[in-house]
Design a protein around this ligand. Structure first.
Ligand SMILES: CC(=O)N[C@H]1[C@@H]2OC[C@@H](O2)[C@@H](O)[C@@H]1O[C@H](C)C(=O)O
Length: 385
């Protein structure tokens, strides 16, 4: 028997697995690594986060990733990046393990999300002859497995798409296992490049998971454009100096994505600077001070989260747990509280997972389910060293 398959079979039978989750989201900050001990699986799952760190991408690499997410992409660059992202990620993994004094053979699985370069739910291309959803993440799993000698679960979104779903958000599966709490209406809100939430009803009813619209993707782009040398609005301090522009906000919220039924997904393909510029032209706000632009975008994120949340939150109390880079933006946090006064807000740290680590932990959980859990949770490709 192939010894890697024997090892995999052995792993499935263990009471726990040590899984390293790798997440690099649409905000292109860098690679998040979460080393998790996953005990059991399914409803019996318990996760202990042993280590977490973010390894920022260099500005030049970040720019290459941004360039690859343009419709005019070079196929050569796309092909190269599929391998190069994996090699960079594996180098980061090995350096982190050394720093943490963990030998690679003490890690059972890598769980690699890869880098989304294009997300194409069918509603984003009306009239296109291909009638199904599609999405593409780069960072080849075989490279990760071969170069780390660790069995790797990668490319989580394709099976979801093959089953007719949009390939995102996947967070709901792991959120339910980790955070469902009978008796509490819980909304787990992640503010990455795009905002998404998982709603876990108090009565144990069906989980709802959806994107709500842009979060850091537009805020970061405007910060970069008007404040050279800054890559994001730290703590929302710039936005706090501005005033939201009501007409521009209304024009931005007029995008049909916001009224489309839940659940739905989107990405920077839709919510990019051209979308903002079109709304500015339509409302004669092209010379709005940059801080007002940021304040308006903060309000857009908060209003669109509230719009989606109100469509699923039942009457009565609800608790919102915020994660992702946007959870550190005080201006955005306050705007959320203002837009959804009926809910209580806290960061996900109060549930024992650091706000920045949550998505990397989620992918570790998904890999654990793929290897040891039930077929309905098995996402991703298993790559052998
Ligand atoms: C295609 C893709 O990469 N989507 C991401 C993105 O970033 C946030 C939001 O859009 C979410 O739908 C998803 O990521 C999270 C981790 C998810 O699948 O749950």
């Amino acid at each position: 028997m192939n010894p890697h398959l024997a090892r995999l079979a052995h792993l499935t039978q263990q009471p726990s697995r040590r899984v390293l989750g790798l997440m690099s989201g649409t905000s292109l900050d860098g690679l998040d690594l979460a080393l998790c001990r996953c005990y059991g699986h399914g409803t019996k799952l318990r996760v202990q986060l042993e280590r977490f760190a973010t390894f920022p991408y260099s500005n030049s690499f970040r720019q290459r990733l941004r360039d690859i997410s343009q419709p005019t992409v070079s196929l050569e660059e796309l092909t190269i990046l599929n391998a190069e992202i994996a090699r960079r990620h594996v180098a980061t993994v090995l350096a982190a393990l050394e720093e943490w004094e963990v030998f690679p053979d003490e890690v059972d699985l890598l769980a690699s999300h890869g880098q989304t370069v294009w997300h194409s739910p069918r509603h984003q291309r009306p009239g296109h002859p291909y009638a199904h959803h599609a999405t593409l993440q780069l960072g080849d799993g075989d490279h990760l497995a071969a170069l780390s000698s660790i069995i790797t679960v990668a490319d989580f979104r394709q099976k979801h798409v093959a089953h007719g779903r949009e390939g995102a958000p996947l967070a709901g599966y792991a959120d339910k296992l980790l955070f469902a709490q009978p008796g509490e209406n819980r909304l787990l809100l992640n503010l990455g490049g795009i905002a998404n939430f998982t709603f876990l009803p108090a009565d144990g009813g069906p989980t709802l998971v959806t994107d709500t619209g842009p979060a850091n993707t537009l805020l970061d782009a405007v910060t970069r454009q008007y404040f050279p040398g800054r890559s994001y609005d730290d703590n929302g301090n710039l936005a706090a100096q501005g005033t939201p522009h009501p007409a521009l906000l209304t024009a931005l919220l007029a995008h049909p994505f916001f009224t489309a039924p839940l659940p739905k997904t989107t990405g920077p393909e839709l919510f990019h600077l051209a979308y903002l510029q079109a709304a500015q032209l339509a409302t004669h706000t092209t010379s709005l001070p940059p801080t007002d632009l940021l304040a308006t975008l903060v309000e857009l994120t908060a209003a669109s989260v509230a719009l989606a949340a109100r469509r699923c939150l039942p009457e009565g109390p609800a608790q919102v747990y915020v994660s992702g880079g946007g959870s550190h933006n005080m201006t955005l946090f306050q705007a959320l509280e203002r837009n959804l006064p009926e809910a209580q807000f806290a960061t996900i740290d109060t549930l024992g997972i650091p706000a920045d680590a949550k998505e990397a932990v989620l992918f570790a959980v998904l890999a654990n389910e793929t290897v040891a859990g039930q077929p309905e949770f098995s996402l991703g490709k298993i790559c052998l060293p």
